[in-house]
Design a protein around this ligand. Structure first.
Ligand code: GDP
Length: 301
């Protein structure tokens, strides 16, 4: 079975880590949001790609959900001393990824090629693909603050409710590898990622909605009890969707292609095929169990 998973950072990475425990490497392709990518200290940073890669490689800091485990911050502190901006925490081990990526991009490699190379070196089995090779920066319009770059919105301002999410426009083409992966798969799973800032940047690339409509698409809700496990999703939903944070709003948001939704117990959406199960992934066992149950459900649906 060929499975494509769409993913942002923390929630998506936890879920695809579970999928990688139950699918063989050639059965799983992960398409990752690059709308959060940005340049910092002259380096090209791809936060969601790295979170997914570190998670699949077993190198991630599972407590905070991003960055490397066993990390040190000597370079950051030295740069802070020199007066460089230190609001975005890049660790010493993590820096090697950004240095390598930036070096290879400057040499003319595509982001897809660099990602494949990094994943191979880190022992990642499944295929990990950036959603596209050209930059597509997401920005947010926030009352009183104006239009903010993604990292300024999330890290500096801590994710205040926006009135609009501005996905980079005109949207670049998805990479050929992304199209081929979706065209050739049996099932698309949308991880429990933020629909507005992690999944929309992927699904609104030219032609992708049509491709998704031709495939069975099952999503895992990022909400439990109407709240996000981590991050500002619940606070964003009323101003962006006009609805209270909940699975109805998630289902409605994905209605163009969604076949079924995986939700926490007692949180099914009337009129939609739902699997009710524990969707909180505290450890690897939770991830594996949720992946197994989601795959079984998706195949039957
Ligand atoms: P990021 O925002 O770029 O880090 O990436 P994501 O959009 O993939 O992750 C954020 C989302 O993950 C939030 O909306 C969380 O609610 C969700 N999330 C994180 N951990 C879990 C979990 O264990 N279970 C579920 N269902 N959602 C989770």
């Amino acid at each position: 079975m060929k499975v494509v998973a769409l993913s942002g950072g923390v929630g998506g990475a936890r879920f695809v880590h579970g999928l990688a425990q139950v699918l063989s490497p050639d059965e799983l392709t992960v398409i990752v949001n690059t709308g959060d990518d940005f340049e910092h200290w002259g380096l090209w940073i791809s936060p969601d790609l790295d979170t997914v890669m570190y998670s699949l490689a077993g190198l991630g800091d599972e407590v905070q959900g991003w960055g490397r485990k066993d990390e040190s911050f000597v370079t950051l502190e030295e740069l802070r001393r020199l007066g460089a901006p230190a609001w975005f925490r890049l660790g010493d081990r993590d820096l090697s990824t950004h240095l390598f990526r930036t070096m290879r991009l400057r040499e003319g490699a595509s982001l897809t090629e660099v990602t494949t190379s990094l994943c191979r070196s880190n022992g990642v089995g499944p295929t990990v693909l950036p959603m596209c090779d050209a930059p597509r920066p997401t920005r947010l319009d926030v009352p009183g603050l104006g239009v903010l770059d993604f990292q300024s919105w999330l890290v500096t301002h801590r994710g205040p409710a926006p009135t609009a999410v501005l996905l980079g426009s005109p949207a670049p083409e998805p990479s050929p590898a992304v199209r081929e992966a979706i065209e050739g798969c049996d099932l698309v799973l949308i991880g429990p990622s933020n629909p507005y800032v992690s999944i929309d940047p992927i699904t609104t690339l030219p032609g992708l909605t049509d491709l998704l409509q031709a495939r069975p698409v099952v999503a895992v809700s990022p909400l439990i009890g109407g709240r996000a496990v981590k991050g500002p999703l619940a606070e964003m939903m009323p101003s962006l969707s006009g609805r209270q944070a909940g699975n109805e709003a998630i289902a409605s948001h994905y209605r163009a292609f969604l076949r079924a939704l995986v939700v926490a117990p007692g949180e099914a959406v009337p009129g939609l095929v739902c699997l009710e199960t524990n969707t909180l992934m505290r450890d690897l066992d939770d991830r594996r169990r949720l992946a197994e149950e989601t795959l079984r459900f998706a195949v039957q649906t």
